[in-house]
Ligand binder design. Structure first.
Ligand SMILES: Nc1nc2c(c(=O)[nH]1)N[C@H]1C(S)=C(S)[C@@H](COP(=O)(O)OP(=O)(O)OC[C@H]3O[C@@H](n4cnc5c(=O)[nH]c(N)nc54)[C@H](O)[C@@H]3O)O[C@H]1N2
Ligand SMILES: Nc1nc2c(c(=O)[nH]1)N[C@H]1C(S)=C(S)[C@@H](COP(=O)(O)OP(=O)(O)OC[C@H]3O[C@@H](n4cnc5c(=O)[nH]c(N)nc54)[C@H](O)[C@@H]3O)O[C@H]1N2
Ligand code: SF4
Ligand SMILES: [Mo]
Length: 753
């Protein structure tokens, strides 16, 4: 019916804020996107990126079909040819060099994508390699480890209770630009303004006067990389003042005395010079936190992509604990997600201490964490000959050539692979090296549910997004592409049916659901449940199962009580009937039930934390580097991959080097000039913006730029290329505990070009 509009609703998958969108669809075209005013979480909020899903969908550079390399050129191919080519290239590498000669890198959009969350694992399992890498080790791995050791789950995150707190301390995050991370909330800016409107206080710790810092009542311009020391001194100051009060959560903590003892040397005076903040200010911060009726401490990228990232992640929550704010309204609380959360499954307060280093990287001997190796060692695993050398690589929704340290080395290494398969929607700096590119359908053409971000949300919600448009004829869904790759890797052949993998995944989930003594379907026959799941296939069937066996689920008929006014226990049918989502209410205290540690308690003084403290203490005696590089984000950008959207990149150049006037004088730089920035591994040239928003001794350059590579096909991005900050990021600089790369606080030198 030509010209008939329909309206459909979906959650924006671009960042962690999970805003609801209202789409107007005419025929098979989305003609308008705006914020969904009835969305139970976002209430109409949308940022400038949300509506550009339309431009992304329509982008002529977005790949619509597979490409294979023929005579050095990537040329269009059929899906059959492309999968056959994967098989042809992959199997000989495995046969000749073994399973560990295959590597895989998973990028950030996997977390925003049901296929990535549900079907990547079976694929990786069928690869059977130790060489697994992801964007997590250039991002939040330190916090995941801290959560694992404290609470028994990497995604058991205490998020700031933004809507009720009286005092918010933000370290190393700029939610006015990023819209928040590891704390899902649409409209962070509005929620922050509401804190101040109700008489609360915002304090921001950041070496830059970021947009968020501008809003703050108090901005502390810390020296990069020193948040762990600052937080340790805050704890010690509170302790010295006799103000430790663990509140109701105190009943479930062990290790308080050991923690305070271990942190005692980190007095405000001892850390002040290194941290770059006066001792009196540190003590004031400590007293404000102790005095506030409720307070929440929240740390992000500036604290995790740093030399002491795991300690900083730990200490954020230690401060939350010693001020009585853990697990309390207005403090730092634990979400209870409707689906997919490990901390709502199995026995409460039963677990095992997380072990890292179950295997090590071949070249540098870096420890495994959560099944992966640090991506900072990917390049050397490819370019260093010897047994176990990575000869084949898969990247799934990742652009490591722009997003990981010493990217020139990785870029060069990628060109030498015998087999490189990319599952990606663009031919960019990384995927241009591929032998086969397998593009999934666009975001509009996929079902969506935020299995990951609902686990991090400051309010419990559930929201299902059906595909807004059908995928083109014959275009496999992303989960089918991943299932095919799994079948090929298992040796079942390029013709095998992806439904086999889907059935295996649902079977495995059913088996574990009926085995869970504490779950709602314990002891039931999986075959009966499978039948009840009905005709849905792919992610929709899995989400239905996860919802129904989750904490608000219908338990396949075993639960009947409403989960919200007028809302029946959850299943996908129920969510389909609520296109604006279901509000499951504000966060509630969850201790001790969510704990999955060995002692069944919050393990405040877990051994890995305490044994890393000597490294932190030693750093207090290190000379302060003359100049260090930090990053920053821009609201109109999203890591490396949205620069092909004209409306987002037009206007003033965003990829500039921020230099304090003092440093500009020192190095002979002028605003609008070009600087040569050098580090141990490389150098780059960037346009200079002289601004006192960065601390002296600190320069800032955003990441995700540098779109001038030959062979990439992103026309708009190419015209707004910018420069790749990770050319100077040093792959040897890591948070030792987690293997996470240091992307903030990189020693650099500066000169005019
Ligand atoms: N210097 C510096 N470096 C950084 C950071 C920093 O702050 N400073 N931040 C780090 C952080 S936090 C992160 S998360 C990483 C991100 O690192 P990556 O995940 O490696 O990079 P992205 O730019 O997110 O690239 C995502 C890729 O996925 C593709 N894509 C988009 N949507 C889909 C989809 O639906 N399916 C598939 N299959 N592909 C899709 C895009 O085309 C792109 O190639 O960068 C890190 N790098
Ligand atoms: N617009 C936009 N939104 C995004 C993204 C994007 O690229 N663009 N990326 C998404 C992703 S993958 C992520 S992980 C999140 C990240 O979300 P955020 O953590 O909010 O990321 P940033 O905006 O980079 O803010 C990090 C801040 O840390 C500061 N900083 C640098 N070094 C230090 C330090 O040593 N100590 C302290 N205290 N601060 C420091 C920087 O100056 C910067 O202001 O954003 C997500 N949302
Ligand atoms: S804030 Fe994030 S989720 Fe919301 S519209 Fe913008 S990109 Fe989408
Ligand atoms: Mo990230």
């Amino acid at each position: 019916m030509l010209g008939t509009d329909r309206t459909t609703f979906r959650t924006c998958p671009l960042c962690e804020a999970t805003c609801g969108l209202e789409l107007t669809v005419q025929d098979d075209h989305v003609t308008r996107i705006r914020g969904d005013r009835e969305d139970v979480f976002s209430h109409g909020f949308i940022c400038p990126k949300g509506s550009t899903l339309r431009q992304l969908h329509d982008d002529p550079d977005r790949l619509r079909g597979p490409l294979i390399r023929r005579d050095g050129e990537l040329v269009p191919a059929t899906w059959e040819e492309a999968f056959a080519e994967v098989e042809r290239l992959l199997l000989p590498v495995v046969a000749e060099h073994g399973r560990d000669s295959v590597g895989a890198y998973l990028g950030n959009p996997n977390a925003h994508n049901l296929s990535g969350v549900l079907y990547v694992k079976p694929f990786l399992r069928s690869l059977g390699t130790k060489n697994l890498f992801s964007a997590s080790t250039v991002d939040q791995r330190p916090k995941e480890l801290a959560n694992s050791w404290l609470f028994g789950g990497g995604l058991t995150v205490a998020v700031p209770d933004l809507d009720r707190t009286d005092y918010l301390l933000i370290l190393g995050a700029n939610p006015y630009a990023s819209n928040g991370s590891l704390a899902t909330a649409p409209d962070w800016p509005g929620r922050i303004e509401a804190i101040r409107a109700r008489g609360g206080r915002l304090v921001v710790v950041d070496p830059r006067r970021s947009r968020t810092a501008e809003e703050a009542d108090w901005h502390l311009a810390i020296r990069p990389g020193t948040d762990a020391m600052l937080l340790a001194a805050v704890v010690t100051s509170i302790s010295e003042a006799g103000r430790i009060d663990t509140g109701p959560a105190g009943e479930w903590l062990v290790g308080l005395t050991e923690t305070l003892g271990a942190l005692a040397p980190f007095t405000a005076e001892a850390v002040a010079a290194t941290v770059g903040i006066e001792a009196a200010e540190i003590r004031q911060l400590a007293m404000e936190l102790a005095d506030a009726p409720t307070a929440a401490v929240y740390g992000r990228i500036g604290t995790t992509t740093a030399e002491f990232g795991t300690l900083a992640g730990w200490l954020v929550d230690v401060v939350n604990m010693v001020t009585g704010n853990l697990d309390q309204p207005g403090g730092a609380m634990f979400p209870k997600a409707a689906a997919g959360s490990a901390n709502t499954r199995g026995a409460s307060r039963v677990g095992r201490a997380l072990r890292t280093g179950r295997h090590h990287s071949r070249v540098r001997g870096l420890a495994e964490t959560l099944g992966e190796l640090p991506v900072a060692c990917l390049a050397e695993e490819i370019d260093t000959p010897g047994e176990g050398q990575v000869r084949a690589l898969f990247t799934i929704a990742g652009n490591p050539v722009l997003s990981t340290p010493n990217s020139a080395r990785l870029d060069a290494a990628m060109a030498t692979l015998d087999c490189y398969v990319a599952v990606d929607i663009y031919l960019n700096e990384t995927t241009r090296h591929a032998h086969v590119v397998l593009p999934p359908p666009s975001a509009f053409e996929k079902d969506h549910y935020d299995l990951v971000f609902n686990q991090l949300a400051i309010r419990n919600v559930a929201n299902w997004s059906p595909a807004a448009l059908p995928a083109a004829d014959g275009h496999p869904q992303e989960w089918e592409i991943l299932a095919k790759l799994a079948l090929i890797a298992q040796g079942l052949g390029a013709d095998a049916d992806p439904a086999l993998v889907d059935d295996l995944v649902v079977g495995a989930l059913l088996t574990s659901a009926v085995a869970d003594e504490y779950g709602p379907v314990h002891g039931r026959d999986p075959a009966d449940l499978l039948e009840e799941l009905g005709a849905r296939r792919g992610p929709a069937r899995l989400v239905d199962l996860l919802l129904r066996t989750g904490p608000y689920g219908d338990g396949f008929g075993s639960r009947t009580n409403e989960v919200a006014p007028g809302v029946a226990p959850l299943s996908l049918d129920v969510l389909e009937a609520h296109p604006h989502g279901v509000d499951l209410g504000p966060l509630e205290p969850r201790l001790p039930d969510l704990l999955r540690t060995a002692t069944g308690m919050v393990e405040m003084a877990a051994e890995p934390f305490l044994s890393d403290l000597p490294r932190l203490a030693a750093a207090l005696d290190q000379p302060i580097p003359d100049l260090v590089l930090v990053g920053r984000r821009d609201l109109r950008s999203n890591n490396s991959w949205m620069h092909n959207v004209e409306v987002l990149v037009k206007g003033k150049v965003r990829c500039t080097l921020h230099v304090n006037p003092v440093d500009a004088d020192r190095f002979g730089l002028v605003d609008g000039g070009v600087a040569c920035l050098s580090g141990r591994v490389g150098s780059l040239q960037a346009p200079v913006e002289v601004t006192d928003s960065v601390r002296p001794g600190v320069v800032s350059l955003p990441h995700g730029w540098g779109h001038d590579a030959t062979g990439a096909r992103m026309g708009v991005a190419g015209r707004h290329a910018g420069v790749n900050a990770n050319l100077v990021a040093d792959e040897l600089l890591l948070d030792e505990l987690s293997g996470n790369a240091v992307l903030n606080g990189i020693p650099v030198s500066l000169a005019p070009c």
